[in-house]
Design a protein around this ligand. Structure first.
Ligand code: FE2
Length: 297
């Protein structure tokens, strides 16, 4: 099975985008780099987690660290596009290893409000655990490449798309590959119509823009895949290709979401990911514990 692939720069103004497929959760982690300066950012890294044993691991993050070292990259940022519900973020682990900065979208504050209540942890999830939270429309430089942050809510309140240079966008859990459609929009704070509008903003980018998605579940047994273009998505995405209006999308997406079980890691993951992947402090016996609200979903 193919679990790693680099989408090479098309020339000046275009990044290299290395994708790492995480088998347990079907997540794609990215190392995006500027070929001219060798500056890089890591996007949506996974801290491995076995929910049956309550055990975390760094296999996936260590693979990224090896890649960064072998490719001679300097990492400026580790960015979570949103607080993930299906896996733990390796953001804090990679920050500690690389001395880099951690960032996410500023609306993470609104998601923290929702989950503080659900966990009854009124003082938890300070945004200061992130070194920076990006507002809609903010930009920063990755070496010689500009990166623009576009708020893309729907799947979550806080999701951000990262538009890198002239021809690449990391669209996380909005679109999936054209044969798979779109991401779910039924978690607390999610909204299907909002997701549709966020996707339309992404599909307003130039047709040749490379799009990199956050998940792939290997439709009909094919190999994992995570790259498409705006033109391909508009021509053939099974949920949002040209001609599908908002009302039809809301019906298709809502019907599908009603059939999906909650991710088995959601209640575990949010309390970690709202702290940028930092595990809870050890208690008096030296061990760390998660908190699970009962009968809330
Ligand atoms: Fe997600």
């Amino acid at each position: 099975m193919r679990t790693f692939q680099t989408s090479s720069s098309r020339g000046a103004g275009s990044p290299d985008v290395a994708g790492f497929y995480e088998l347990d959760t079907g997540s794609i982690q990215y190392v995006v780099s500027d070929p001219a300066s060798r500056r890089a950012m890591i996007v949506d890294p996974v801290l491995n987690y076995d929910p049956k044993a309550g055990r975390t691991g760094t296999r996936s993050a260590d693979e990224i660290l090896r890649h960064v070292e072998q490719a001679g990259l300097s990492v400026d940022w580790v960015i979570d596009t949103h607080p993930h519900a299906d896996h733990f973020s390796a953001g804090a682990y990679l920050k500690d290893k690389l001395g880099t900065r951690l960032a996410t979208g500023e609306k993470v504050r609104d998601i923290a409000v929702v989950w503080r209540k659900l966990y009854n942890m009124p003082d938890a999830f300070e945004p200061s655990t992130f070194d920076r939270v990006f507002a809609d429309g903010e930009s920063f430089d990755l070496g010689t490449l500009p990166v623009r942050v576009m708020l893309s809510p729907g799947h979550t309140l806080a999701s951000i798309t990262l538009i890198v240079g002239e021809d690449a966008a990391l669209v996380h859990d909005t679109l999936m590959q054209p044969d798979s459609g779109t991401s779910r929009a039924d978690f607390p704070g999610a909204d299907v119509a909002t997701l549709y509008r966020s996707i339309k903003s992404i599909l307003a980018l130039p047709g040749t823009t490379r799009l990199f998605v956050g998940h792939d579940y290997c439709h009909d047994g094919r190999e994992p895949a995570w790259e498409s273009t705006v033109a391909e998505q508009k021509a053939s995405n099974v949920h949002v290709k040209d001609g599908v209006g908002e009302a039809e999308f809301v019906r298709i997406r809502s019907e599908r979401d009603r059939t999906l079980p909650l991710p088995d890691r959601m209640l575990h993951a949010l309390q970690v990911n709202l702290r940028a992947g930092r595990l809870p402090e050890p208690e008096s016996d030296g061990h760390r514990y998660l908190r699970i609200p009962l009968n809330r979903f």
